[in-house]
Design a binder for this molecule. Structure first.
Ligand code: ADP
Ligand code: GLC
Length: 553
């Protein structure tokens, strides 16, 4: 099957959260299953661009040709008369032959014509070259070469609808220009939710896209790309489609809703979250739309990339370990304490004996900070026997509250405000518990990493967390299958009780803690399994091939 994955971030290139992990790992797993997958994303200023792999023969040819980058590096909007580079020009630049950038020009609506460069690369991976994930990066200086990805520190970029509409259109246009027509266009979140609209409304009569189907994956229903209706014309949305049935919401344009209504199928990133999205209280107000599409809506659990998250050979951690040899984990704990300034600071004799609770997260309300911070405050105020290692970046208010706690309790709490992949691995490796008290969690990936690294997850029972972690019953009724600690209600007291339960498990019942830790480390949530489920979903969308009638002579 040919699958085009359109996404706003990919791990290894640009990452702000789990969408990036998904966009790198699922294509890899699909390619292993012999699908022809291509991933397309913007070329942001922050992108770590993988080196092109260019055949020497082609390199020579390229030098004699006018470089594609002479064409239009800035990719500014071009006016009608500027048609020096036609689509056909890009066709003779064949990326599979090794050339790695070509220009692309297209319309977003009836009048506005845009240009960009599309770079072809492969995602760096340990896989053999022929199995590496083909990656296309859309270069447009004005849209993507900015200091932020989605916005500056405080606000989203006001022209985000246009930026990502442009990505969607470029993704479809490059298929035509390369004559590589996908069976499935796989879109992710509001950023790429316009692609199904374009397929159905702009390319309806295009013979090449006649059989192409679209899937929209909802990673986070809270972000819907709601925007002013003034964008309709620039995005090429016909006024008669701006209806409450399709994409209008209280007079505004809702891009995620548009994707939900136009995609051939929709899925959420866990079965639990898909159920939550159908229920009024937990759906971010999407339940109404998703119930209309209920027959085409499902949940598929994400996976864990165990080639990147394996405590036996993780290059980011100083000592390796496994469920049968945990010495390395204790050493990682010491390394983490040292790195976070939690070691030997004060008169705390046996810091190894204190449970170390880690957390790596975007600092945003979704992750439960409104009740986690008061719960931690209470714990620290009571001088509970615990240490906390927290890494996060995001909303400044949460950052300053966490800093404040750190200043008050420096020997017990350490907070690093920032994004640090290496440290995130060390926190998983060195922590005894990992906190994920999310208000909602479509899937969550850190609980997979925590399970694999023997950092018992402390979760709130929501979405994908509930699907993947079995909370220990406070009366120990389920000691045979518990893999974590959980709480139900999103409030400070429930969260505090779960933290207390964790501390006492560690301090008073080490036998059970170790048993749970071993069990956690045995859990496997592979991308192979997710890929199989996506494959079934894709196949169900593709119309069966009609058998050619034999000619009767
Ligand atoms: P979300 O996508 O909602 O942020 P996930 O749990 O699905 O949540 O994925 C988050 C991903 O981003 C994980 O791979 C996590 O390790 C990583 N991450 C989040 N914040 C940071 C940070 N401050 N530093 C390093 N990695 C981070
Ligand atoms: C979103 C969700 C997270 C999920 C990730 C990848 O960012 O918040 O729960 O794991 O997408 O699907």
């Amino acid at each position: 099957m040919k699958i085009l994955m359109i996404t706003s971030e990919v791990d290894g290139i640009v990452k702000t959260g789990g969408l990036a992990d998904f966009s790198a790992a699922l294509p890899k797993a699909l390619i292993k299953r012999r699908h022809d997958v291509r991933v397309i994303m913007p070329l942001y200023k922050q992108a770590v661009l993988p080196l092109p792999v260019t055949h020497p023969e082609v390199r020579r040819k390229k030098q004699t040709q006018k470089s594609a980058s002479n064409v239009q590096t800035n990719g500014r909007k071009v006016n009608h008369s500027d048609r020096k580079v036609k689509h056909s020009d890009s066709k003779d630049i064949n990326p599979s032959a090794g050339l790695n950038a070509y220009s692309l020009y297209f319309n977003l609506n009836y009048s506005d014509r845009y240009g960009c460069l599309v770079h072809h690369r492969h995602l760096a991976t340990s896989m053999a070259r022929q199995k590496a994930v083909p990656l296309m990066l859309v270069e447009h200086h004005d849209f993507f070469s900015r200091d932020g990805i989605y916005g500056d520190e405080l606000n989203s970029y006001p022209d985000n609808p246009l930026r990502y509409a442009f990505l969607c259109k470029a993704a479809l246009e490059q298929c035509l220009s390369q004559n590589w027509i996908p069976d499935i266009v796989h879109c992710n979140d509001w950023q790429t939710a316009l692609a199904p609209y374009y397929l159905k409304e702009h390319y309806l009569h295009h013979p090449q896209f006649k059989k192409t189907k679209s899937l929209l994956t909802i990673h986070n229903g809270d972000y819907q790309g709601k925007t002013d209706k003034k964008w309709l014309d620039s995005l090429g949305i016909m006024p008669d489609r701006f209806t409450s049935e399709l994409m209008e919401e209280y007079g505004r344009l809702n891009l995620l809703k548009c994707g939900i209504m136009y995609a051939d199928a929709i899925n959420a990133v866990s079965p639990g979250y898909s159920q939550e999205l159908l229920a009024p209280e937990t759906s971010h107000n999407l339940w109404h739309y998703l119930n209309k599409r209920k027959d085409s809506f499902t949940g598929i659990l994400n996976g864990c990339d165990y080639t990147l998250w394996n405590p036996k050979k993780d290059p980011f951690i100083p000592h390796h370990f496994s469920s049968s040899d945990m010495v390395g984990k204790s050493l990682c704990k010491v390394a983490l304490q040292e790195r976070m300034g939690l070691a030997q600071k004060h008169d705390l004799p046996q810091q190894q004996d204190l449970p170390l609770l880690g957390l790596v997260s975007r600092l945003t309300a979704q992750k439960g900070f409104d009740y986690l911070i008061p719960a931690l405050e209470r714990l620290l105020y009571e001088d509970a026997p615990v240490q906390l290692a927290i890494l996060g970046s995001g909303e400044p208010d949460y950052g300053s509250r966490l800093h404040h706690l750190q200043h008050r309790y420096p020997h017990k709490m350490s907070f690093v405000n920032g994004y640090d992949n290496g440290l995130s691995h060390l926190i998983e490796a060195g922590s005894d518990f990992f906190m994920m008290p999310s208000l909602f969690e479509p899937c969550g990936l850190n609980q997979f990493y925590s399970l694999a690294y023997g950092a018992i997850p402390i979760i709130r029972e929501t979405g994908g967390l509930k699907d993947t972690v079995v909370g220990l019953d406070p009366d120990h009724q389920n000691v045979d299958n518990a893999t974590g600690i959980s709480f139900r209600y999103p409030d400070a007291n429930s969260c505090y009780q779960a933290l207390k339960q964790s501390i006492s498990l560690y301090q008073e019942n080490m036998g059970l803690y170790v048993e749970m830790q071993k069990r956690a480390m045995m859990q496997k949530f592979t991308w192979e399994k997710s890929a199989k489920e996506y494959e079934i979903l894709y196949k169900a969308l593709i119309p069966p091939r009609t058998k050619r009638k034999k000619k009767i002579s």
